[in-house]
Design a protein around this ligand. Structure first.
Ligand code: PLP
Length: 478
């Protein structure tokens, strides 16, 4: 076969990657029908399913040369992926904060994958970059940041932390030889992704100071200035303080204004982890508690929590864009066309180069719904948590943690006799086997707590009432 024949021969097979309109329409309609059945079957499904297999069926269907029909492919999704574990789309999912995945976000992902616009550089696609920067600008404005700010849409809070840490490092121009003298101030409530980010940034040797928390699990501020001063006197470099606006474990909001005072006075980078609590600034019930975030040097926030997007949506914003640029910008010769742009390039503000156009999945729901229902949904979650907090205390034997700052409630059952932790563990085991509601747990200072996180947009009063009723039934049986 000569070369041209070979090319023509290959083309015949490679064109299989370009299905015709009728095939596309068929795949689309089958997928859509499956998705609709999934959404509509939600109320019948358990929030947690522990007996529907563990996906091993996938291994019986290895990747092969020959294709498979859409029906068989969707069947694999139906039998091996969707039935088991936690149903994140359930209205009775109270385990974690990510809340449900809004439908228009899927449409945004669909369009982004169809056009495959490159949202990394303004030159490659101005519109997608403007859209992403507009979303970041909107979030920066919500928090009261100045015009100097810049940020990035990340895959989640963890990468957002990593970017903030590297920006803070650039501000101080820390070198590897300084890392063992760098000090980061956190609390026991700080999310582990902060320390993971520090490790990934190569700063494993940095000193970590755990600031004690008060009874409401908020970072104590009184001793902090003296502590920072002492570190400085020892020749260490106080580098970053991480406050949390809504801790994952108990939902506590640190006193951001007081911490901003300390950081300003002591010249320490003030970073706020608002992954969970940040978007609650949209409801007046919580907004005033976030005061002080506008004084931070950087913050992170997760649309896949507070704006109910599917997983894979975080945001980092840095007050002074020079630092985030210093940590991430890199010029290669083959990108020289991209140098004189009106908008900052997302690829210069993130470790990613080729990136998903993730702005569209955030923009579609915001445009199609407008902000009003988001504000209502967030306020509703706050009131549902408060309602649960009150009602659970009406059931004989229950004890609660602190009043919820946002939408997480800690509680446990105090039995008449027997080991309290053991009894609560048995209660959780029974709840998981039942599966109608899904709750998570945590252990604080040796006390095992159940944890109700009201974070899903589909969760309404009837779901919280069902949860209370189930808890009542189960404790009667204990
Ligand atoms: C979820 C969460 C994180 C981690 O974010 P991911 O999006 O899961 O990477 C960090 N901090 C807080 C307070 C969180 O709730």
């Amino acid at each position: 076969m000569n070369e041209l024949d070979k090319i023509r021969h290959l083309e015949k097979t490679s064109r299989l990657l370009e299905p015709e309109q009728s095939t596309r329409a068929y795949w689309q309609s089958q997928t859509n029908a499956y998705a609709e059945a999934f959404i509509q079957g939600r109320d019948e499904r358990k929030a947690y399913e522990c007996s529907a297999g563990s996906g091993l069926g996938l291994f019986e269907s290895p990747i092969q040369e020959k294709p498979m029909g859409i029906e068989a492919v969707l069947k694999l999704v139906e039998t091996s992926i969707d039935p088991s574990g936690i149903d994140l789309t359930s209205s009775r999912h109270f385990g974690y904060i990510p809340g449900g995945a809004l439908y228009p976000a899927a449409l945004g992902d669909f369009l982004a994958a169809i056009s495959n616009k490159y949202a990394g550089s303004f030159f490659a696609n101005p519109g997608s970059v403007r859209l992403e920067n507009q979303l970041i600008r909107w979030i920066a404005d919500l928090m009261g940041y100045p015009e100097t700010a810049a940020g990035n849409l990340t895959s989640g809070g963890s990468i957002a932390h990593l970017i903030a840490i590297t920006a803070a490092r650039e501000e101080l121009k820390l070198k590897a030889k300084d890392y063992h003298r760098a000090v980061i101030y956190v609390s026991a409530q700080t999310h582990h992704s902060v320390l993971k980010g520090l490790t990934v940034a190569g700063m494993r040797e940095a000193q970590i100071r755990y600031i004690p928390v008060d009874k409401s699990y908020r970072m104590q501020t009184a001793q902090l200035p003296a502590m920072i001063e002492k570190d400085r006197k020892k020749g260490l470099i106080p580098f970053m303080l991480v406050a949390t606006a809504g801790t994952t474990e108990v939902g506590a909001i640190d006193d951001l204004d007081a911490l901003a005072d300390v950081c300003e006075q002591k010249k320490v980078w003030f970073h706020v982890d608002a992954a969970y609590g940040g978007f609650y600034i949209l409801c007046e019930e919580v907004a005033s508690r976030l005061k002080g975030i506008e004084r931070s040097d950087s913050f992170i926030i997760d649309p896949h929590k507070g704006l109910f997007l599917p997983y894979g949506s975080g945001v980092v914003v840095v007050r002074d864009k020079r630092h985030i640029l210093a940590a991430n910008s890199y010029h290669a010769n083959y990108m020289q066309d991209a140098l004189q742009d009106e908008e900052l390039d997302p690829a210069s503000l993130s470790p990613e180069l080729s990136k998903h156009f993730r702005g569209l999945r955030l923009w579609m729901p915001l445009k199609l719904f407008g902000l009003k229902p988001f504000r209502a949904a967030l306020a509703e979650k706050v009131y549902l948590a408060r309602y649960f907090y009150k009602q659970i205390q009406q059931i004989q034997g229950y004890e609660v943690g602190p009043f919820p700052d946002i939408s997480v409630v800690l509680f446990r059952y105090i039995p008449g006799e027997g080991d309290t932790n053991e009894v609560n563990r048995a209660l959780v085991k029974a709840l998981l086997e039942d599966g109608r509601v899904f709750l998570s747990t945590t252990t604080i200072e040796g006390r095992y707590y159940l944890r109700l996180a009201v974070g899903a947009y589909r969760t309404h009063l009837q779901d919280v009432q069902l949860c209370l009723q189930i808890l009542k039934e189960f404790t009667a049986r204990l």
